[in-house]
Design a protein around this ligand. Sequence first.
Ligand SMILES: Cc1cc2nc3c(=O)[nH]c(=O)nc-3n(C[C@H](O)[C@H](O)[C@H](O)COP(=O)(O)O)c2cc1C
Length: 251
Amino acid sequence: MSEYVYNLLKKHHSVRKFKKEPISEAHIKQLVEAGQSASTSSYLQAYSIIGIDDPEIKEDLKEVSGQPYVVENGYLFVFVMDYYRHAIINEDSKQDMRTSFESAEGLLVGTIDATLVAQNIATTAEDMGYGIVYLGSLRNDVERVREVLGLPEHTFPLFGMALGIPGDDENGSPKPRLPFEHVFHANRYDSDKEHQSETLKAYDQTVSNYYRSRTNGERTETWSDQVANFMSAKQRLDMLEQLNKSGFIRK
Ligand SMILES: Cc1cc2nc3c(=O)[nH]c(=O)nc-3n(C[C@H](O)[C@H](O)[C@H](O)COP(=O)(O)O)c2cc1C
């Protein structure tokens, strides 16, 4: 067995500094096609991909995200959950499909489909020598993103991805992940809190050491610290409202 794909995946780290060099149209097409080869729930293909090289649109999206690499990159993708085409089929159909795509299951299906496409693109882009970073920050202002990208009802911008040739001063490295034993459960979920909390403590130490060595001791936070800070910030609490406005979770 070739370990090529395994080794490529293990090398992943998010890149946030790119050269200005644009990505060729041929590569964009290949990336999207590689994305489309992902499995898709019930063959529904409930996604669209918006490819952005227009500097003004990038600027508008940077205002939403607050992150400079939304503008400074080789190319920008936005991944959209998309039932617009299914809604068109519904208009011509004698059957009622709305209940399906306006339901929570519809939301899960569209989100999973778009995410699988995106990760195929990410891996292919990294194989081509590009770096990538996902951009959940576009959900800071869903209404604005919908307006900037002209998104119709029954579509929803899930996240973006900036990509390009990594800058010469880009020095990211793979971040340690949770230990195999912690995320992998043989046959049945291991909910033993004591065991979970012991492995978390060990992982916290690993992450703290990682930051300490990467920042000359300036950062020493643990994974639990990071997660607690992030998850207590109460961000983007308008998602249900935004989903409703876009035609989702109406059932
Ligand atoms: C759906 C999603 C959204 C993300 N949004 C952002 C973002 O808005 N800005 C950012 O700098 N990184 C973002 N990231 C990157 C994560 O912070 C990153 O993957 C994580 O810290 C692990 O680091 P690594 O990718 O270098 O291994 C996002 C990742 C995912 C999967």
